[in-house]
Design a protein around this ligand. Structure first.
Ligand code: NAD
Ligand code: UGA
Length: 468
């Protein structure tokens, strides 16, 4: 009979572990949920008395306010969390490897392995161990080997794969009503029973027909496949946006017409300055590496092109800015609106803004940047990492972080919209125009603003996926 889960521990209090397990706590008042992390300042922020949480996510604060201190706890005591739990989520980061075998492609599984070894070392009773991090196909096998080789008498470990499909900016909405919850297990009686235990946790709020149970390897691969196919749609529409710009077709009209086919569907067809975020690129590269390891070079090349198209889209956009500004931006001031990789998040990982600003810097332009959520220290860190040959002082001579969109645009030659924050639509564009050098240019990398309205004010407007 399946174990009724009473205590959950989540290792990793990041963008996934935090929101996911906070929602589990809210929806399952009878389950005690402890989220542990080695990062003291992150845990402190989750515990902060005034709810200054480490991540910005609409609706998250409300969930944490309701559950924290009742059945939701954040702690750096990883061992205690592990010892007490019946079920443990491993929700640590799995970034792209920076060195060694597979550098630049393979996932760095060091954090997953360390967390797994910790579970084996301190557990004194049986556990269901759930792989929540996105990992290459068959990682659960390695986890099982490590756990079994180190387990103490009487402890058994059942491994499940339960990848997360939430998107940042809509995490709480996605967690409250997921399209599906995917649970993979070994098809043994024990595996199926562990799967049922986890399915029952989700059963507290997710309709039964949305909880899909499959084999372990299918579950692991489905996560990589889902991200690869989502990113592939964006690269497809972005590739078409280049054709639109060259022909006078309009990418919004093309996307609408194509998306009306119910087999294609209307979502995720928004042309952009390029996709960002911590996962699309990482997971596709991971799939490329997996394909290569399996001696499937054509499959690897196919998926690699999705990432290459995205790099091309970012480069193409910065080149269009330079070309339009009479082929030089040296000494010119450019306002970049938005630094996060998408709206409604403070996350900047792989944000297109970083590449754009780096390109503008190397053309010796001055950049004013504004984002409503991103911490200044994060911007400096990202820009330093993007230009390793420059000191932070040198970067600060070229880049200024501004307190508002209006401030950022003052005395600028051009405004570049890099993130689709709604507030950029509602700013006083007449006042912005008045404060800019003329001719005043707007480059909309997000199909956000009403180009005609801006042209009436006097702006020269360039929009992604539209030839003028
Ligand atoms: P993150 O970097 O925000 O959080 C990971 C946390 O794990 C960090 O706070 C880190 O300190 C902690 N950690 C690492 N090793 C640890 C250990 N041994 N013990 C305790 N804590 C440890 O990462 P994230 O964005 O939450 O992503 C986590 C995983 O989820 C990744 O595999 C990612 O691919 C996947 N994922 C992310 C998203 C997303 O939207 N960010 C969505 C779906 C899946
Ligand atoms: C994505 C997936 O949508 C989630 O299902 C998945 O769980 C997650 O990755 C993950 O594994 O990390 P996320 O990266 O948070 O979520 O955000 P998305 O909404 O997918 O946006 C990713 C990037 O694509 C953003 O830069 C966004 O602006 C861009 N995008 C998205 C477009 O350019 N066009 C679109 O039509 C949609």
């Amino acid at each position: 009979t399946p174990v009724a889960v009473r205590k959950i521990c989540c290792i990793g209090a990041g963008y996934v572990g935090g929101p996911t397990c906070a929602v589990i706590a809210l929806k399952c008042p009878h389950i005690q949920v402890t989220i542990v992390d080695l990062n003291q300042s992150r845990v402190d922020a989750w515990n902060s008395p005034d709810f200054k949480l480490p991540i910005y996510e609409p609706g998250l604060e409300d969930v944490v306010r309701q559950a924290r201190g009742k059945n939701l706890f954040f702690s750096t005591d990883v061992d205690k969390g592990i010892r007490e739990a019946d079920l443990i989520f491993v929700s640590v980061n799995t970034p792209t490897k920076k060195s060694g075998v597979g550098a630049g492609f393979a996932a760095d599984l060091n954090y997953v392995e360390l967390a797994t070894r910790r579970i084996a070392a301190v557990a004194t009773s049986s556990k269901i161990v759930v792989e929540k991090s996105t990992v290459p196909c068959r990682t659960a096998e390695s986890m099982r080997t490590i756990l079994e080789a180190n387990s103490k008498n009487g402890c058994r470990f059942d491994i499940l794969s339960n990848p997360e499909f939430l998107a940042e900016g809509t995490a709480i909405k996605d967690l409250f009503s997921p399209d599906r919850v995917l649970i993979g297990s070994l098809q043994t009686p024990e595996g199926i029973s562990a799967c049922k235990s986890l399915a029952d946790v989700y059963g507290n709020w997710v309709p039964q027909d949305r909880v899909l149970t499959v084999g372990l390897w299918s579950s692991e691969l489905s996560k990589l496949a889902a991200n690869a196919m989502l990113a592939q749609r964006i690269s497809s529409i972005n590739a078409l946006s280049a054709i639109c710009e060259a022909t006078g077709a309009n990418i919004d009209e093309v996307a609408f017409a194509v998306g009306k086919d119910s087999r294609v569907g209307p979502k995720f067809l928004k042309a952009s300055v390029g996709f960002g975020g911590s996962c699309f690129q990482k997971d596709i590269l991971n799939l490329v590496y997996l394909s290569e390891s399996l001696h499937l070079p054509e499959v690897a090349a196919y998926w690699r092109q999705v990432v290459e198209m995205n790099e091309y889209q970012k480069r193409r956009f910065s080149k269009r800015v330079v070309d339009t500004l009479f082929n030089t931006i040296t000494g010119k001031r450019i306002a970049v609106l938005g630094f996060a990789f998408k709206a409604d998040t403070g996350d900047t990982r792989e944000s297109a803004s970083i590449s754009l600003i780096r390109d503008f810097q190397s053309e010796k332009a001055y950049v004013n940047v504004y984002d409503p959520q991103v911490e200044h220290s994060q911007i400096w860190m990202d820009l330093s990492e993007a230009s390793p040959s420059m000191s932070l002082d040198q970067i600060k001579k070229q880049v200024t972080i501004c307190p508002s969109a209006m401030d950022a645009c003052k005395n600028a030659e051009a405004v570049v919209i890099a993130t689709e924050w709604k507030e950029f639509n509602n700013v006083d564009w007449e006042a912005i125009y008045a404060g800019m050098n003329k001719p005043a240019f707007v480059f909309d990398g997000r199909l956000l603003v009403d180009a005609e309205k801006l042209r009436k004010i006097g702006f020269q407007v360039t929009t992604i996926g539209r030839g003028e």
